[in-house]
Design a protein around this ligand. Structure first.
Ligand SMILES: Nc1nc2c(ncn2[C@@H]2O[C@H](COP(=O)(O)OP(=O)(O)OP(=O)(O)O)[C@@H](O)[C@H]2O)c(=O)[nH]1
Ligand SMILES: [Mg+2]
Length: 273
């Protein structure tokens, strides 16, 4: 039975880097893994790609042929992929029934929140027998500002509701947090989505006219208690693993360190010596 991850998230959130890092980790552990690039604008793919949607359609093709801009062109590409799902199905079958597949998804946000093609492609993958989970990457920079943090909570919640998969939200690039100065709260506060009423003062001073709306949004998130985050820092090695590095098992996905440190986190894969 094949397993897979739908690796989604906003542009630049680190999806392709995550796929590459995980490919290196699994290769070092001698576990099979394949990456399927479903981003038709991804013309600089860093990882070994088992299936590339560019063999079917590229964003440039869609824009040139139909006079579309980049955003409309991307939606067209996903609809085209959905209409030609048998192309994807045939290539996935070649990976075997025990494949572990990472699907690198385009960063256009509406694909994961309100456009239905990706959702229907996922449903068809499930019908093929894939056991899928969504890995939703969000740049950790969002936790540096209360309003941005609320927006990423809402985006994560909306993506969970739209994709209807087992779902992990991930704060990516946490290694960069130390560059943004001290956070208002410990990292645990943001990853565990603790008592959001602590954000009230900061939110209301930034937009006093919308104070009631801010608090209503916060209560929606808290009432359902669905959103939480893992943390991730990927450091892609410069050359393939010649052997299993002893630090590899400290995991690609890491929990925030508990305790007093404000932004402390563990890195995943160390750079090759
Ligand atoms: N410091 C640091 N940089 C990262 C990490 N993950 C990704 N990056 C950098 O973030 C930038 C964007 O990463 P990508 O993997 O291309 O992001 P993406 O989500 O695939 O981007 P799109 O495909 O354009 O949506 C690159 O410069 C990466 O090197 C990380 O964990 N730490
Ligand atoms: Mg990418």
């Amino acid at each position: 039975m094949p397993f897979g991850e739908i690796v989604c998230g906003a542009p630049g959130s680190g999806k392709s880097t995550y796929c590459y890092g995980k490919h290196q980790l699994y290769t070092a552990l001698q576990r099979p893994i394949s990456i399927v690039n479903l981003d038709p604008a991804n013309d600089n793919i860093p990882y070994p790609c088992a299936i590339d949607v560019a063999s079917l359609i590229t964003l440039q093709d869609a824009m040139d042929e139909h006079g579309l801009g980049p955003n409309g062109g991307m939606l067209y590409c996903m609809e085209y992929l959905e209409a030609n799902f048998d192309w994807l199905e045939g290539r996935l079958k070649e990976l075997g029934s025990d494949a572990y597949v990472l699907f690198d998804i385009p960063g256009q946000v509406e694909l994961g929140t309100n456009h239905d093609s990706l959702k229907r492609i996922i449903q068809r993958l499930s019908k093929l027998g894939f056991r899928l989970a969504a890995v939703h990457l969000c740049d950790a920079h969002y936790v540096t500002d209360p309003a941005k943090y609320v927006s990423v909570l809402l985006l994560s919640l909306r993506t969970m509701l739209q994709l209807e998969l087992p779902h992990i939200n991930v704060l990516s690039k946490v290694d960069l947090l130390s560059q943004y100065g001290d956070l208002d709260f410990n990292l645990d506060f943001y990853t565990e989505v603790q008592d959001l009423s602590y954000l009230e003062n900061a939110l209301n001073s930034a937009s006093p006219r919308l104070a009631a709306l801010n608090m209503a949004l916060i209560s929606v998130i808290e009432d359902y208690s669905l959103v939480g985050f893992e943390t991730l820092a990927v450091e892609v090695r410069l050359r393939p693993f010649p052997h299993i590095c002893p630090r590899v098992p400290c995991a690609l996905l890491t929990r925030p360190a508990h305790g007093s440190c404000r932004t402390k986190t563990r890195c995943s894969i160390s750079r090759a010596p």
